[in-house]
Design a protein around this ligand. Structure first.
Ligand code: EAX
Length: 332
């Protein structure tokens, strides 16, 4: 007997005995896309989500990984078309779809992950998830990519002047391109992964959390790392809005709860392993500046909010919401 048949029989027996009815799930396959390979932050969240959903329901979660569905931008387009129901996607590329999303990646917004959790799990984060519905995304939770750090193959970078002219790969994000242009580098948006482009010298530099630099062996093709922590990079865990809203209420609740739990599990995974990732890339021979001149980066990034990409009143309102939430946490 299949799991479903067992549950249907259980339902009929329960109905027959007049006991409280067991819920019959609208079963089916949930296709979930991530750009990264197993062992990566997005995959840790996706696999935990799969484990929880399949333990609590008849749904089967099929994870498409390792860029098998294309870049994160292309996965988001497939979620919009519901050819894929869900995605665990880095916050950066969302700003092409919903400009307010560039608020999460505002440079030096969060001092630490505790602030990020408090704001993203609070009213400000929920307001941003709501805004995603304009692009037909149902925002369910925020998991964690991590604080992003600069790596390059040209020279040690201590202060912002050292990034001058670096050919840096950035995510397919309007904000990230403007940010690195403001900092004086020469940014090129590219989808993930980028190992070959770094190896061939098409690009000199990139920026990502520590787990990426370790898992994708970027220490093999990048000599220098600077712990800039210039952006807190979240994942936004989304579903196709119409698909999600058409589900029975109990299914929606189970899926939303499962993603929240998976996101919390994955955040802790990243935080438990971050120091180890750093030790490993140093042991692998990367030259790491652990105390760069961050004030020089902050000073140059401060002008970002005056750029056109932050002029949209919806973006300004969302940015103020996030800045107020951070100020409140700091008791300011
Ligand atoms: O695995 O494209 C990127 O740089 C993102 O950080 C992605 O999550 C890397």
């Amino acid at each position: 007997m299949t799991r479903r048949q067992v549950r249907v029989v259980a339902f009929m027996v329960a109905a027959f005995l007049g006991m409280a009815a067991a819920h019959v799930w609208a079963s089916g396959v949930i296709k979930l896309g991530v750009v990264t390979k197993p062992g990566s932050a997005q995959n840790v969240c996706a696999e935990k989500f799969k484990e929880i959903v399949e333990a609590r329901s008849d749904y089967e979660v099929k994870i498409f990984h390792s860029a098998s569905l294309g870049t994160e931008t292309e996965i988001l387009q497939q979620v919009q078309m519901n050819s894929v129901q869900m995605g665990i996607i880095t916050s950066g590329p969302f700003d092409v779809f919903v400009p307010e999303a560039r608020v999460i990646d505002y440079p030096f917004l969060f001092a630490n992950s505790r602030e990020a959790d408090a704001v993203l799990d609070g009213p400000a984060g929920q307001a941003l998830l709501k805004a995603l519905e304009r692009a037909r995304f149902k925002g369910l939770a925020f998991s964690e990519n991590g604080f992003r750090h600069l790596t390059n193959n040209v020279r040690p970078v201590h202060g912002v002047d050292d990034v001058k002219g670096l050919k840096i790969r950035v995510m397919e994000s309007i904000l990230h391109k403007e940010l690195w242009r403001e900092l004086g580098a020469n940014p090129t948006p590219m989808g993930w992964p980028i190992y070959t482009e770094l190896q061939q010298g098409t690009i000199d530099a990139q920026e990502n959390p520590l787990w990426v630099i370790w898992n994708y062996k970027l220490y093999e093709v990048q000599k220098y790392m600077t712990l800039t922590g210039h952006v807190y990079s979240a994942h936004i865990d989304v579903a196709n809005l119409e698909w999600f809203n058409a589900l029975p209420a109990q299914d929606r609740d189970m899926i939303a709860q499962a993603m929240k739990e998976a996101a919390i599990f994955q955040r802790q995974w990243n935080r438990d392993n971050e120091a180890d990732f750093l030790a490993k890339v140093k042991a692998a021979g990367m030259m790491v500046d652990e105390a760069p001149d961050l004030a020089s980066f902050r000073a140059k990034a401060a002008g970002l909010k005056d750029l056109d990409i932050y002029k949209d009143p919806r973006v300004q309102e969302m940015l103020q919401l996030f800045l107020n939430a951070v100020a409140k946490i700091r008791g300011q």
